[in-house]
Design a protein around this ligand. Structure first.
Ligand code: ZN
Length: 183
């Protein structure tokens, strides 16, 4: 399946994705396309809304010596503990990184592509990716998890992304453009 990456501030990134009811061929093709795109962009996680698919699915692959491709469907965070700061990026915000506070440890449940329920614990980077991607499924971007100071530091890059989006999609950002003085 040919999937295309959506960039901030595409409105689809702020919508809540719907649970996946059946693990059919369409879902398998979506997952395969998302994994391919994620690797292409050298990412470690990618969620449905980031390719315009408002379904509760994300893919991840943490790298290391034996990277494992994973597909998580209808994920739920059951428990979380601690808090830790780590640097995070997002494929929908190219070139932009920020320090984000996240729980250190989580317990989560998700379906895999075979339809089996996985209930597991994760910590460190793995927990961070699962939390970041699950946020995407609720329309929550990592911007929302940043401190005001962190956001301020990135304001120029954010504005550039907003301008790029406006140029590419003048129809979708009319409201946004109107609020700003014309040049
Ligand atoms: Zn992201």
């Amino acid at each position: 399946m040919n999937v295309e990456l959506r960039f901030y501030p595409d409105p689809v990134l702020q919508q809540r994705a719907a649970p996946i009811a059946a693990l059919d061929e369409e879902v398998r093709q979506l997952a395969a396309g998302m994994l391919e795109l994620m690797k292409d962009r050298r990412g470690i996680g990618l969620a449905g809304p980031q390719v315009g698919a408002l379904h509760r699915i994300f893919v991840m692959s943490l790298g290391g010596e034996q990277p494992v491709d994973r597909v998580l469907i209808n994920p739920e965070i059951l428990d979380r503990e601690g808090s830790v700061v780590g640097e995070e990026g997002c494929l929908s915000f190219p070139g932009l990184y920020a320090k984000i506070v996240r729980p250190e440890w989580i317990r989560y449940r998700a379906l895999n592509l075979e339809g089996n329920v996985e209930e597991k614990e994760a910590e460190g980077l793995e927990a961070r990716v699962i939390l970041h991607e699950t946020d995407h499924l609720d329309g929550i971007l990592f911007l929302k998890r940043m401190s005001p100071a962190e956001k301020q530091m990135l304001s120029r890059s954010l504005r550039e992304l907003e301008q790029d989006f406006e140029e590419l999609h003048p129809d979708q950002s009319r409201g946004r453009a109107k609020a700003r003085p014309r040049r």
